[in-house]
Design a protein around this ligand. Sequence first.
Ligand code: ADP
Ligand code: MG
Length: 671
Amino acid sequence: MEKASELTKIKGIGPGRIKHFARLGLFSLQDLVSFLPRSYLDYSKPVSVAQAEDGEPAAIEVKFIGTPKTFRAKSGLSITTVSIADETGNITAAWFNQPYIARSIPKEPGGYALGTVDKRTGARLLRAGFSKELPGIIPVYPLTSGLTQSVMRMAVRGALDLCLEGTQETLPEEIREQYGLIPLKKAIETVHFPKDTDELASARRRLAFEDAAVLTIVLEKLRQNKKSQKGIAFETSGILGEFLELLPFEPTPAQFSVMNEIALDMASPQPMSRLIQGDVGSGKTALALYAMFIAAKNGAQSVLMAPTEILAEQHFTLLKRFFGDRAAILKGHMSAPVKREVLRGIADGSIIAVTGTHALIEGKVEFSRLGLVITDEQHRFGVRQRAQIGKKAESPDTIIMSATPIPRTLSLILYGDLDISLVKGMPPGRKPVKTQLVPSEKRIAMYRYIEQRINKERTQAYVVCPMIEENEDLERVRSAETVFDELKANLSIHTALVHGKLKSAEKDAIMESFRSGAIDLLVSTTVIEVGVDVPNACTMVIESAERFGLAQLHQLRGRVGRGDKQSECWLLTESRSKTAISRLRLLCETNDGFKIAERDLETRGPGELIGMRQHGISEFGAAALASDIETLKQARDCARKLLSMSPEKSERLMEKAMLKYNSSLEDVVIN
Ligand code: ADP
Ligand code: MG
């Protein structure tokens, strides 16, 4: 906590606020400086009332201003309004439950009204503020309760003033010139408080370049390190036939081809590090089982790591089929005696195949002979974990499985230390999920239709919401709790709610009754995002779909379309923003995850793809904000070039890499 008090050096930040910042992982001045805005409100140019676009921020010059009125709506909500106009038209600024705002509304025209335009019920300006001058571009930070945007902006400003001066340049000047990069200090300040969009773009480019270069250096080190290690040369001949007999289906050609790559890797004396990319439902689990089967036949233990307990349980069911009593599950929440038993079995080698959650890497697990480590759904595991898992034994083979279809260019940057396999296409008999955008007026009719379908066909449905509880900041977003209460009260089907804050036993019980068919409709947060396999579920509703990244929506949608019935996915949105709508349309047009990823990369940048916003994966840092892959490629080439030059050229980048990946690199960066 000593470090935490550093924030109180900032004027206006007292000890009371420290805990709120801590919840965002902000403890030091440096943390604040590196805390990037989630988005920006562009108030750098005035917009006329007629030009103001629905759903977008606007700075409107106040040529006329009326008298503020406050009244109470039927719902009990107090509404304060004031009419604002220019030559092109009228707009009404409106505030909810903030009657005191009336005092701060200017009485005379002049200056600007700043707010978000909402044209659903006439022209309205929401959450407006007034300013004598144009404030430029305003950063919007991720928040937590207890903090407001203005406090966050003040804190970041304060942190910059206190420690920006000490920031060291990381890239040699000739490199900056060659790639057209602004100095680091300037970039850091600008990404928080840009004057205009051009300046912002060059700052983002510089920071993206920086982070991609640091990442490249780390990956190069990991790669070099692996090359020098000796792995196990597994005997693989004659194993395939036996495996196929246990597998309940015939692998597709795509699966066969990856199985072949796996067998070759495992037979080689160099440790395998392979990334298997395949769209949701493409059948990656069977590939993992095959590798584990080879290991077991060679008397070596294997681990299958899952990002959630729900998934681990699912894997465990499969492991039992292949390995019987020699399969085990290890998770965070399990009784001490059971856990001890499992750990003993792992240590003495009686257990040959283990699945589990992060608890596996975090806890002290001693293996008798670990030969293979598989992590499922890689996007939840960063470089740091990648380096750590490898440390469990001498040099086990490693496989990473990802359902996030990442365009090749980007995977080369993110996974430069790995060989990559693609599982193309789907197992036979899949019908693509029919996806439709649903405006909020049709919401009730849609739920009625779903209720009917469930009752008629005995199929099941998921409803996914972006968050668990109501949040005042996000008035248009329905929480999982609200939706659950509403559906439970109105639909004649069995409904349940599952989310990340439930105890894991409760969560498991709910998932189990959903799997068994006792629950018809499951309202959830994104806990069901990865891997859950219930073939009888063929309807999915996603509430406030615009709050999710495209790749994530595609991932969610992959939970349906697993059985033989036609599956449907309904994307609900109240957003009026044109860009949001056109992004969502893309999902309706295609089921090809790689196509979606490519388009997402073009239009939104890599941040959306790797789900940084949702999962807070920070290692990609500012690079996730870069909208052009070209910058990232240049950064990678530049970092490789720097590494081949005299050490002082890459010294600062190396220091940064060490700082960022310290624990995992200490025995990697040896040169
Ligand atoms: P993912 O790649 O998303 O992990 P899974 O491995 O969970 O996909 O597979 C999705 C579903 O498809 C599972 O129910 C699995 O049993 C089934 N499946 C996988 N491969 C085949 C195949 N070759 N033929 C038929 N069904 C398959
Ligand atoms: Mg899977």
